[in-house]
Design a protein around this ligand. Structure first.
Ligand code: ADP
Ligand code: 5GP
Length: 238
């Protein structure tokens, strides 16, 4: 991973994810066709799972009713977005459904360095770019139950015009074919079940042997002060 960020040592504010010292943060990537329910799932996941931070992207799309600058997205104009591209401030960026979206480097690498897991909710093109740069990231694809249900969810959400809904549905076939690029596939039929499935993935990934920080293990169990003064003589020769 090419991370050039500095690590912040500030304590987390109340309600913020707690850093982990025994491993680096994990990068979870979630993609799904528009209307599948990924925003709903991601919001609940980051509320339910301590130590998980939902990254905030930049976009040139206009805010929907109820969306807030700095909460769902940083809503900016195209010119400053393009300046950020030139300054290399995005891990990845893409044009999706006619608007620009980008994931900022700074906050993402700070969290990972602090041992906080990061949740990225991005489209398939962005996920492929991030996978290349962070080989140990965990890409997860969410599928809707069917095209009929997907259409009905987009209509019920009532946040996009009929033309925009048509444009989003048009992209589904191609997006769905990308499922093979993802480590996990979750079908979002029942919200509670999908949340349990996703939580199982997150918990299992956190327990993977390869993610444990060897320095933390050595400091706690090998170079232990008590062992140095007392029991070390009883240790077998290594
Ligand atoms: P996305 O972020 O993938 O575009 P949203 O999270 O905005 O999708 O969800 C689209 C609509 O579907 C919302 O109205 C949401 O409340 C609804 N929804 C999400 N998941 C489910 C589910 N499992 N069952 C029924 N409705 C759902
Ligand atoms: P929406 O406009 O519905 O919020 O999002 C449209 C699409 O853009 C979704 O597929 C969403 O995952 C994707 N998206 C959101 N943020 C980013 C980002 O930073 N990068 C990329 N590549 N896609 C993003």
């Amino acid at each position: 991973m090419s991370s050039s960020s500095t690590t912040s040592s500030a304590a987390p504010a109340a309600g913020q994810p707690r850093p982990s010292t025994d491993r680096r943060g994990i990068l979870f990537i979630i993609s799904a066709p528009s209307g599948t329910g990924k925003t709903t799932l991601c919001k609940q996941l980051s509320a339910n799972l301590p130590g998980l931070w939902h990254s905030i992207s930049y976009t040139t799309r206009k805010p929907r009713s109820g969306e807030m600058h700095g909460r769902e997205y940083y809503f900016i104009e195209e010119a400053p977005f393009r300046e950020m591209i030139v300054r290399n401030e995005f891990v990845e960026w893409a044009q999706v459904y006619g608007h620009l979206y980008g994931t900022p480097w700074k906050s993402l690498t700070e969290k990972i360095d602090q041992g906080i897991d990061v949740l990225l909710e991005i489209d398939v093109q962005g996920a492929m770019q991030v996978k290349k740069q962070f080989e140990d990231s965990v890409p997860i694809f969410i599928l809707p139950p069917s095209m009929t249900v997907l259409r009905s969810r987009l209509q019920t959400r009532a946040s996009d015009s009929p033309e925009e809904i048509h444009r989003r549905l048009h992209e589904v076939r191609e997006e769905v074919w990308s499922y093979r690029e993802y480590a996990y596939v979750v079908r979002n039929l029942d919200l509670g079940q999908s949340l349990r499935d996703l939580e199982s993935i997150f918990r299992s990934e956190r327990l993977k042997t390869q993610r444990l920080n060897i320095k933390w293990l050595e400091n706690n169990f090998i170079f232990d002060d008590d062992l140095q003064t007392g029991d070390r003589k009883d240790l077998p020769n290594r």
